[in-house]
Ligand binder design. Sequence first.
Ligand code: ZN
Length: 235
Amino acid sequence: MREQIDNLIKLQGIETESNGIRLILSNVTQRLNGLSSRLSGVEQTTKNNELKLDELEKSYRLYKSDVEMNISKLKKSQERLASIKTNKEYLSLLKGIEDLKTINSQIEDQMLECLEQMDDIKKFLADRANEYKNFSGQVNKEKQTITHETEKNNKRLAELDTEWKKFSGKIDPKLLKIYLMVRDKAGGIAVTSVKDAVCCGCNMNIPPQMYNDLQRCDSLKFCPSCQRIIYWKDS
Ligand SMILES: [Zn+2]
């Protein structure tokens, strides 16, 4: 009986380890997706800023061509001043010249503002480019670690599967049937130790007589509280 119980304990150990590995493996996709979305978040911020920079550059070019156009208008008006006959015409042309100067000065203020914003974005993008380089290196490293871990875990899982078959083959089929039944009813853990008369599966006390019998290891015993298969563990 002792040997049979030992094999059940081994079987339980194999299943516990397998379940732990399966839990890790089930999170792999989520972990990889999390890393990818963090990276694409950074990429998106960069892209948005590049678009904003493009728009600012476009505006700047438009402002610049407006200013140049006004300067050439100004030149022409100033040339015309010499050939003006009446005072009224002269004043009106002079006013037009002043208006053009005011407009150009306003446009130049907007151009300066544009340049400042462009500088800020360029600086931000340069900083981000550095951050992105470091961050993507870090993400790739993490992805490699996850891939490596997954390979190792899959290999270990296959080994455990082989071991499970090996040990389950050594167990009396009737006993294995009981084991599987208890396992399914007790949330995956069929075999548990009893230490100092306390079941480690449910933390309840084992009656003294049963605890004494348990130490003899001559028959299969079940915890009266959680119904798991129990075995005695020396404290
Ligand atoms: Zn119990």
